[in-house]
Design a protein around this ligand. Sequence first.
Ligand code: SF4
Length: 189
Amino acid sequence: MDLSKTFLSWPVLRQFSGNDPLGRGTAARSGQTERITARTETADRVARSVCPYCAVGCGQRVYVKDEKVVQIEGDPDSPISRGRLCPKGAASKNLVTGPMRESKVRYRRPFGTEWEDLDLETAMNMVADRVLKVRDETWQDEDESGNKVRRTMGIAGLGGATLDNEENYLIKKLWTAMGAVQIENQARI
Ligand code: SF4
């Protein structure tokens, strides 16, 4: 057995004999750490994205290997967050890869007690039918004083804080074109 090698494998000796006297770098690194490779280094490519959790909109780098998300880190180039993510953003890989993630449209009918799976086209048609029906039933050309209003008070929009500026812009345009006037976003409440 090479005793000098064993001796030098002790962290405290590495700390005082090497170039890391404060023990915050290589001296404190374990053999296991030396043997592993970060997923960010072995990824095939990196996509730029925005954290979807809240309205701050921190920049993210999404590391992809074999067309699967393997890691998400803060993007140092983002002028918003400069490489930082809060614990929610740092854990957002699970949003994509978690086994509990819902990937189908789930629907519970009025007075129903069970969830049903719907295909997306059926669900979108159901939403469109209901929006058009409510709009027809609640449309007002004039208010009670005879003022032209051309609106519906039967539809209200409430956006979530994870929507970004562009999505909110389009949602506001859509609802306004439909005649809705009650349009709000959780980030403003
Ligand atoms: S990382 Fe945190 S602060 Fe930044 S957008 Fe995501 S949830 Fe918001």
